[in-house]
Design a protein around this ligand. Structure first.
Ligand SMILES: *Cc1c(COP(=O)(O)O)cnc(C)c1O
Length: 426
């Protein structure tokens, strides 16, 4: 399709967009009396209007039933997490028994490393991306030290080539082969939080397995954003937060995936708690741990139902929309945003550069833009004029045109504000 940088054209795309009405399902902050153009759904998704009813339901059940709510509320609390299995497994391409919801993301990755990072003298290295999300870096360092190894020896980072913004698949594969037998674990972000680069999860997972390593994925920026086939790709484990593309609210619960192949492997360490105990035996309070089958056997504490409620609202919305429809719009609106950026660049003869891969296979809902000239004052101008984006050192703004609630007209409007901002600051 040839795009045009006009309001009429953008409005026509909105008219044709089958997901356009979902925009009305969300609450937008307002700036200058108008809904903002919200580009930070990769950081904290907007609140769906339907979420409040899910939270109120738990509050009402608690008020009316108190402890009885565990078993006798409309959605009983003791197995509330099981309501996620069906819809969430579709979002990440898993069997229902392979997913569960608990804790928060970094905590879950630590717990999954208890099972899947078991270093020995000969096999102790972790492969990750250079400049991984800071929480992941701290996690790797502390895990390696916990096992008595030196992070400088055990953590191997894959770097970008000089002058390039993204990591090449061939470099990841070469590094895996080079480390070979010493590689215990590959753990990478499925979508890089800074550049928006999407990794080839299937190919990297296969390569890790070839040298006998476990392969896990941090899907913080991938869940609800890209097509995942975690089961078929033989991913060993994965975890994601729910508050970015999945709109579950600040700091909210994490989802995890554990491949079926590992469910009955009782050689794997797990840190256990009573909510991982077999349902039939959970309240017998016996001393012997007999885990629930599947990913639920990794549960520890009784469920934080008030935080699961907003996530359930969101998962039901994703199930309704379906990842295929979402991805179709995602690709179109991301391409339209890219086009708008290129047009404005020509009009103002500016100096910004999109550092996200141009290949649609290697990107999803995010374009990261390197501002060579304009700097932070332009970012401040955008925020003041109702464009919510975020700033990352040095001089990068990240734009996520989330398909569930961003419109094509937003993209056009953003272009106009950007142009005015650049003109004002040059
Ligand atoms: C957002 C994000 C996190 C956040 O972890 P929390 O434990 O939820 O605070 C971790 N890793 C990556 C890659 C992220 O993008």
């Amino acid at each position: 399709m040839t795009f045009q940088n006009t309001r009429e054209f953008a409005q026509e795309l909105d008219t044709q967009d089958k997901l356009h009405h979902y925009r009305n399902e969300f609450l937008f902050p307002q700036v200058n009396g108008r809904k903002v153009i919200y580009f930070t759904g990769n950081s904290l998704g907007l609140q769906p209007k339907r979420t409040r009813a899910f939270v109120d339901e738990v509050m009402d059940d608690w008020a009316k039933l108190a402890v009885e709510g565990h078993f006798y509320s409309e959605k009983p609390w003791w197995d509330y997490h099981e309501r996620f299995a069906e819809p969430l497994s579709k979002i990440v391409g898993a069997l229902p028994s392979e997913v569960t919801v608990m804790n928060t993301l970094t905590v879950n990755l630590h717990l999954l490393m208890v099972s899947f990072y078991r270093p020995t003298e000969k096999k102790f290295k972790i492969l990750c991306e250079a400049k991984a999300f800071p929480s992941d870096q701290y996690m790797f360092q502390s895990q390696v030290k916990f096992h008595g190894y030196n992070p400088d020896d055990a953590i191997v980072e894959i770097h970008r080539r000089e002058g390039e913004h993204n990591i090449r698949l061939e470099d990841v594969l070469a590094r895996i082969e080079e480390i070979g037998d010493e590689l215990a674990l590959v753990l990478i972000g499925g979508v890089n939080y800074y550049t928006g680069q999407v990794f080839d999860i299937k190919t990297i997972t296969e390569a890790g397995h070839k040298v006998g390593a476990y392969v896990g994925w941090d899907l913080a920026h991938a869940a609800g954003n890209i097509k995942l086939e975690l089961h078929d790709w033989d991913v060993d484990f994965a975890a994601w937060c729910s508050y970015k593309y999945m709109n579950s609210g600040p700091g909210n619960a994490s989802g995890c995936f554990i491949h079926e192949d590992h469910h009955d492997n009782y050689e794997l360490n797990r840190f256990s708690g009573w909510w991982g105990q077999n349902k039939a035996k959970r309240f017998l309070m016996e001393p012997k741990f007999n885990p629930e089958p599947g990913a639920n056997g990794w549960q520890i504490s009784n469920l934080p139902v008030l935080t699961l409620a907003p996530y359930l609202a969101s998962v039901e919305m994703f199930a309704e929309v379906g990842m295929d429809a979402l991805i179709e719009k995602r690709d179109q609106i991301t391409s339209y945003l890219e086009f708008i950026l290129q047009e404005i660049d020509k009009e103002v003869n500016s100096t910004f550069e999109i550092i996200t891969p141009t290949n649609p296979e290697e990107r999803a809902s995010q374009l990261s833009v390197f501002l060579h000239g304009e700097g932070k004052s332009l970012f401040d101008y955008l925020m003041k004029n109702g464009v919510i984006t975020d700033w990352r050192e040095p001089n990068v703004i990240r734009l996520a045109p989330v398909p569930l609630y961003c419109s094509f007209e937003d993209m056009y409007e953003f272009g106009q504000i950007l142009k005015a901002g650049i003109q004002e600051h040059s």
